[in-house]
Design a protein around this ligand. Sequence first.
Ligand SMILES: Cc1ncc(COP(=O)(O)O)c(C=O)c1O
Length: 456
Amino acid sequence: MTRMEAFRGRWLKVRHTMSTMASTTDFSLTATPGRQLPVAVRAEGCRIWTADGREFIDACGGAMVMSVGHCHPRLIEALKRQADEVTFTYRFAFSNEPMLELADLLREISPMPRTWSFFNSSGSESVESAIHLALLYWQLLGQPGKTEFISRYPSYHGSTIAALGLSGTSRRDSFEALLTKNAVAQTPNADIRARRTPADEVEFAIKQLEDAIAARGADKIAGVFLEPITGASGAAVTPPDGYLQRVRELCTRHGLLMICDETITGFGRTGAWFGVEQWGVSPDVITFAKGVTSGVVPFSGMLVAGDVADVLMASPDGFPVGHTFSGYPLGCAVGAEMIRVIRDEGLLENARVMGERLRAGLETIAATTPHIGDIRGMGLLQGIEFVEDPESLAPRAGAAARVTAAARDRQLMIYSCPTALGSSVLEAVLLAPPLNITSTDVDQILDRLSDAIGAA
Ligand SMILES: Cc1ncc(COP(=O)(O)O)c(C=O)c1O
């Protein structure tokens, strides 16, 4: 059957399904044509209730978004309070109180010295801002030729064209014609089949970066983009100790900005405010999104180390690129309240303790099946990779989709990672429950997951 015939067959089926759907037909474009998704009508903590009366446990926060669960009352209150005061300011005309406050609070929790901030509405936008910032920084320092980036595969940095150009993911496939090929170095520990020791893995992955820099020339490269722990595209691929410190040293030596995309790992997910802290590293730029507002309002940002910000802020134009909603007061108010909630409720500590409990439970499940090749991650970001058998560690085709579907049937939501490594498709799923999860909920997640894996 040709691709066109296959498409036509699928299209006829979708058209038929759509014409027979009930009055709740969804006319928004979705990634699940012909399938009516459950309609969420209420959500609280790690639970979502649907219009047909079901109760789901959300163990992945949709796409690793829900840092303190759904509808945290203090965040909702902060949103309402701010909505009564100022809902919008345009960044060229006004500042606003929550923006000033959030930038101050971020200085307290940032792993970088004298941190400055810039705020946007999505992870992709903040990655774009970091790209803008890097090019402007080198122009101001008299090196306008530094316009390229090195990033890694697998990785995901967003769906806008420049951010997707940094990403090492199969999500690129249909848009390759427009994308820059930045993802040229392999992410350490992404290939469990290589069976390298941690020390060898560090050497291997650093050499990948060194080779990429040598091939292009450091005078052309503005920076290195990386996720401290590779999230959506790798199911919590965690670097060996020493790797991030070596990347820092390499960036300093070659004159490259070290830009950490903490869209998933930021705001407590690993048990520290930011993932890089787990290795005591201070990058030049950090981007964050998702967990900063736990889904209450779309919001994101970029942290910039003082000595980089100084260069920008000494120029007459400062940092002139952004988006209409950069510095959005509602997002800033919820983000500032998030920092207070994480502090007041001791959630970094809870993420560490509950992360250990979740990890121990996953290890127990893994001990009963030969099809789990790796459990990895930190804190409340834990990934599972499925394999055929412990000897070959070959990816078990279709396992991630089957386990995710079996979990959904048991009203447990987990994240299926669309993961590619070269021409191989990796089979992995990700768990990212809220930082304020209880031990009872962790145990319930583990029970349903174990059942789902058994069934799949
Ligand atoms: C590491 C990372 N960076 C950037 C993004 C893009 O964020 P957004 O979808 O909010 O644009 C994502 C989204 O999954 C991500 O995981």
